[in-house]
Write a protein that binds this ligand. Structure first.
Ligand SMILES: *[C@@H]1O[C@H](CO)[C@@H](O)[C@H](O)[C@H]1NC(C)=O
Ligand SMILES: *[C@@H]1O[C@H](CO)[C@@H](O)[C@H](O)[C@H]1NC(C)=O
Ligand SMILES: *[C@@H]1O[C@H](CO)[C@@H](O)[C@H](O)[C@H]1NC(C)=O
Ligand SMILES: *[C@@H]1O[C@H](CO)[C@@H](O)[C@H](O)[C@H]1NC(C)=O
Ligand SMILES: *[C@@H]1O[C@H](CO)[C@@H](O)[C@H](O)[C@H]1NC(C)=O
Length: 426
């Protein structure tokens, strides 16, 4: 009998099973996200405190530890980490407020700001516990929970030691999420709701069409990094507006997908080629998907123009990231575009600012590019009309740490369009 129990426990462990609201009540936690099939993060926020409920698919044993953290860029470097540990002497669980300055064991903060509310129950097959912390603790070893911002949550767990130990490559992860959303009455949230309602109303009047742009089945190259492309055609009998889009993701090896607009008809359609050869013909950056991006809904009064008088051909680029050199992985990922002939008041576009040639001198660990890309008044004057910025994104590959887009108007600096103090390519 005990053998059967052990086998069941192993099966349970291997299958993974920790889902939202299975072991914690929705009445207590208004938010929940499955961080992986084996760990579900529940939380609720008020103006001063965030309360977490964690459900991990590891049977309660003396050797468990579970870490949840707020991270500036998604890794351990600079992260504020809360670790559930069991006191080997007293057998009592406690939470250790910790921080990490590198990818080594987190160290206990000198000031402990996290409160364990409910320790794991001894009867559970899963390890389930709740804890709380102030949104702002004024402790330099802590990070703030910031309203209306996406933040990085990191997690890991283990049962390999009587104390915190290396988590190994499988039982850890990173998730970007908004812990503390703006209220639904805020301007931003109202605009988001309006954008969604506008798409729903198109759908109910049958004015919403869909277009899937997918790769042919390709064998993902075993090289660590590869960029593959295919040329596609979109409906061009008239001008349309794309009002939302999403990724069709069939492989975990995708680093990102981009639709590049072409200036002319490509010689071959639905082909497959190494992207490096395409630059001149199809280089107009348009829609992009990367892990973490869900459905992208455009503002209610704007759409991305395709078709007649706009872009009629695209190159779909998929960047595959295959660090373990897997072979024989077949993929046909792509994007699904939702478009309409009911044109909106404004066309969306993308303004790319940046410097493609930053020459970092040798032996300079901290380098700030001084050849900034400035779009001065001579540049902004070329805009055909005043522009309304609806979103900002940054791209720096692996060497960048900080980046911002600043605005100078009539000689005075106004609020930046965006700042990233912890840029992370991943
Ligand atoms: C563990 O429990 C013992 C005995 O109750 C106590 O003296 C010790 O301080 C505890 N250690 C931690 C890290 O809480
Ligand atoms: C790609 O492979 C899938 C699964 O084998 C198959 O259903 C689909 O028809 C294939 N698509 C193309 C375009 O060959
Ligand atoms: C670079 O930045 C690091 C971390 O901020 C700092 O420790 C170091 O002294 C800086 N090095 C130089 C050359 O400025
Ligand atoms: C753009 O905005 C500026 C400042 O509000 C205004 O002076 C100007 O007339 C606007 N230009 C157009 C073309 O609407
Ligand atoms: C830039 O990023 C580095 C590393 O993430 C950080 O230490 C530094 O404080 C940041 N600098 C600014 C000006 O934000």
């Amino acid at each position: 009998m005990s053998v059967v129990v052990a086998l069941l426990a192993v099966a349970h462990f291997a299958n993974g099973d920790a889902s939202c609201y299975a072991n914690l009540p929705q009445s207590q936690f208004t938010n929940c996200l499955s961080l992986s099939p084996r760990i579900a993060l529940h939380w609720t926020v008020d103006a001063s405190t965030i309360t977490f409920g964690v459900d991990v698919d590891i049977p309660l044993s003396a050797n468990n530890w579970v870490g949840i953290g707020l991270s500036p860029y998604g890794g351990m470097h600079g992260a504020d980490i809360w670790v559930l540990l069991k006191n080997a002497t007293s057998g009592i669980y406690y939470i250790q407020d910790s921080f990490a300055t590198s990818t080594t064991l987190p160290v206990a903060d000198s000031q402990q700001d996290v409160r364990l509310i409910k320790a794991p129950s001894a009867l559970s097959t899963n390890t389930v516990f709740t804890f709380a912390r102030g949104l702002r603790t004024c402790d330099s070893q802590d990070l703030e929970v910031i309203q209306g911002q996406t933040q990085h949550i990191i997690w890991a767990f283990g049962q390999t030691s009587t104390q915190l130990s290396y988590h190994g490559p499988l039982t850890r992860g990173t998730q970007v999420l908004t812990l503390y959303p703006l209220p639904s009455t805020s301007t931003q949230m109202k605009a988001k709701a309006k954008a969604k309602a506008a798409v729903s109303s198109l759908a109910t009047t049958s004015s919403l069409q869909t277009l899937t742009i997918q790769f042919p089945n390709v064998t993902v190259p075993s090289a660590g990094t590869s960029y593959l492309c295919t040329h596609v055609q979109v409906p061009a009998d008239r001008k349309y507006h794309v009002v939302q889009f999403e990724g069709i993701v069939q492989s975990k090896l995708i680093h990102h997908m981009i639709l590049y607009g072409c200036i002319n008809k490509p010689p071959v359609l639905n082909d497959l080629y190494e992207c490096s050869s395409m630059e001149a013909l199809c280089s107009k950056f348009t829609l992009a998907w990367a892990p973490g991006v869900g459905l992208t809904v455009y503002p209610a009064d704007a759409g991305f123009a395709i078709g007649a008088t706009a872009i009629q051909y695209f190159s779909l680029q998929i960047h595959y990231n295959n660090p373990n050199g897997l072979t024989g992985v077949v993929d046909n990922s792509g994007m699904k575009l939702y478009y309409t002939s009911q044109l909106r008041k404004n066309d969306l576009g993308i303004l790319q600012l940046g410097n493609m040639n930053i020459n970092i001198p040798g032996n300079s660990p901290n380098y700030t590019s001084t050849t900034w890309n400035v779009c001065a008044s001579t540049c902004t004057k070329q805009f055909p009309r005043n522009l309304t910025v609806v979103s900002v994104a940054f791209h720096m590959h692996t060497l960048g740490f900080n980046i911002s887009t600043r605005q100078i108007r009539n000689g005075l600096e106004i609020t930046p369009l965006g700042i990233r103090n912890y840029y992370d390519f991943s």
